[in-house]
Design a protein around this ligand. Structure first.
Ligand SMILES: Cc1cc2nc3c(=O)[nH]c(=O)nc-3n(C[C@H](O)[C@H](O)[C@H](O)COP(=O)(O)OP(=O)(O)OC[C@H]3O[C@@H](n4cnc5c(N)ncnc54)[C@H](O)[C@@H]3O)c2cc1C
Length: 510
């Protein structure tokens, strides 16, 4: 007689980077009143990737689900607020637009605002689309407040995320997870034992000789994929054909000037440069493709574009864009960099961690490890990765730039069918079909298309029914109500200080 499936009684998480501690915190919160034990193994000798500062609004729901208070979290991680990403030099050198966490105006008689704006533009309107978005105007004015809960108000029309130190976030969540019963073991794993019959991972052996067993293993070991790849040989889908950037150099600098509530991404000749302002410093980096630029040149391009004095040495990072063939195989689930990596152009990696944790909790296995759960998980996470890949690639192909080898490379690229059809639907009549398991909703696609000069050839046919004067009046009212409201909003730094979220108010012990 075969054993009856039982609830999982022991979980082992491999890795203590952002992925490891986010997973540990979420599982501990879920299971701390049960008999399930959770162990996390990490090695200080190996360390963590140590970059990753910009996030998406969904992270707020992760913190809220764990009962984490925003002020405490912001103080502990030196966080600032983020209303979107400003893209410089992407459509053409000199262009600037913001991908905001929010819409461009409300639809008028069912017609989306970008169609109305495009019609007015064709008739001579000079005001840029960005000025019809509350979060963009607030971001550019360096102002911030929480969204108004009254959905009828213009001040409610946005979401927000954070810019923070992800190593401090991991440390913060470690305290949280340990308080909720997670056992941390320091040590380097040198051997992974699998069951000879099933191939399931059974035991981890540390350099010290200590062994750690478990029923469910979460691989948060970073790019190396210690369990999912090195032991289970899952295989990797290499997407560098579409997203060829494969290196980054990162450096921190002193804050200079106004504390901006947004991330900046500036397109360069062989990649792009990020600028992420935290409370106490600015994170900078250059993501580039080594086929088109040398490491030395990439480093000097980065350093030439930094305003404040450097506070760290430049750190070199290597990666291959893509994803594991399977994220969940046998009794191992890969979360974080071990699952895959897409360049941080739209701050998606920490979000993938969150998606992985959410899907795991929903499909949480018993000792039978049903194949159907694994298939569902792999399908969902695969779609998440593919859809983000397409969105990132859009930034490189929706452009008029051809001033370097990299930009010319994108001109001749065969796109994934999924992206090609999205672009065709847009160019035809400005439509962005929405789909499931995609973090980026139509307003995000619209922001990039419009911001990068890909204007649709035709508009929404329903627009012809709306008198032109009504459209003009509507746009004018929207523009002035956004401007008036933003002018009354507090500036970003004052808001952080006023809510007590400043890290300067933290006692040493935190
Ligand atoms: C250039 C760059 C910029 C990025 N920017 C952003 C961003 O702006 N926003 C965003 O969301 N994400 C960003 N990311 C991604 C983000 O950094 C990662 O998603 C996040 O840090 C999670 O990493 P991780 O925990 O999976 O891996 P890691 O940080 O690499 O942690 C791996 C852990 O596994 C442990 N480990 C490995 N092998 C062993 C072993 N043999 N024994 C014991 N322990 C072991 C290590 O000690 C470590 O604790 C960026 C990544 C890069 C490369």
């Amino acid at each position: 007689m075969t054993d009856q499936p039982k609830p999982i009684s022991s979980i082992c998480i491999v890795g203590g980077g952002t992925a490891g501690w986010m997973t540990a915190a979420a599982l501990a919160y879920k299971f701390h009143r049960t008999k399930t034990s959770i162990t996390l193994v990490e090695s200080e000798q190996i360390g963590t990737v140590g970059v990753g500062e910009a996030t998406l609004p969904h992270i707020r729901f992760f913190n809220q689900a764990l009962g984490i208070d925003e002020v405490t979290f912001m103080r502990a991680t030196n966080a600032t607020f983020k209303l979107g990403i400003e893209f410089c030099d992407w459509g053409q050198i000199g262009d600037r637009y913001v991908h905001p966490f929010g819409d461009f105006g409300e639809p008028l008689q069912g017609v989306d605002f970008h169609h109305l704006w495009n019609q007015l533009r064709q008739l001579g309107l000079k005001t840029p689309l960005d000025e019809y978005s509350y979060p963009i105007v607030a971001a550019k004015s360096a102002r911030f407040h929480h969204p108004d809960p009254d959905l009828s108000k213009i001040e409610s029309t946005f979401g927000y995320a954070y810019q923070f130190d992800s190593s401090l976030y991991a440390k913060f969540l470690r305290t949280f997870a340990e308080k909720h019963g997670v056992t941390r073991i320091e040590g380097k794993i040198v051997e992974v034992d699998q069951n000879a019959e099933t191939g399931h991972v059974e035991t981890l052996r540390l350099e010290s000789g200590q062994t750690i067993g478990g029923e469910l293993f979460i691989d948060c070991s970073g790019f190396r994929g210690l369990l999912i790849e090195q032991s289970l040989k899952t295989g990797y889908q290499d997407w560098s054909e579409w997203l060829p950037c494969n290196r980054a150099v990162a450096v921190q600098s002193e804050n200079v000037g106004t504390l901006l509530p947004y991330t900046r991404s500036t397109a360069r000749t062989a990649g792009w440069q990020w600028r992420i302002p935290l409370q106490h410093r600015t994170g900078n980096g250059h993501v580039y493709c080594s086929h088109f630029i040398s490491d030395d040149e990439a480093r000097s391009q980065l350093l030439d574009g930094i305003e404040g004095a450097l506070t760290t040495d430049p750190k070199q990072l290597y990666f291959m864009t893509g994803r594991r063939n399977q994220f969940w195989k046998k009794n191992v689930v890969a979360i974080g960099l071990s699952a895959g990596f897409l360049e941080p152009l739209e701050s998606t990696s920490i979000h993938f961690i969150q998606e992985g944790i959410t899907a795991l909790l929903e499909l949480f296995p018993d000792t039978a490890f049903a194949t159907s759960d694994q298939e569902e998980y792999n399908e969902r996470m695969g779609l998440n990765f593919e859809r983000v890949r397409d969105f990132l690639l859009l930034h490189y192909v929706a452009t008029e730039r051809d001033d370097s080898e990299m930009w010319r490379h994108f001109r001749n690229l065969t796109l994934p069918e999924s992206l090609q059809s999205k672009i065709e639907a847009w160019m035809h009549r400005g439509l962005v079909p929405s789909y499931e398991f995609s973090v980026f909703l139509p307003p995000s696609w619209i922001a990039v298309f419009m911001g990068q000069r890909k204007l649709p050839l035709a508009g929404d046919p329903r627009m012809g029914r709306i008198p032109l004067d009504d459209i003009r009046q509507y746009a004018e009212n929207l523009h002035s109500s956004i401007r008036n409201s933003v002018d009354r909003a507090p500036d970003h730094l004052t808001f952080i200080q006023g809510t007590g979220s400043s890290s300067k108010t933290v006692p040493e012990s935190l």
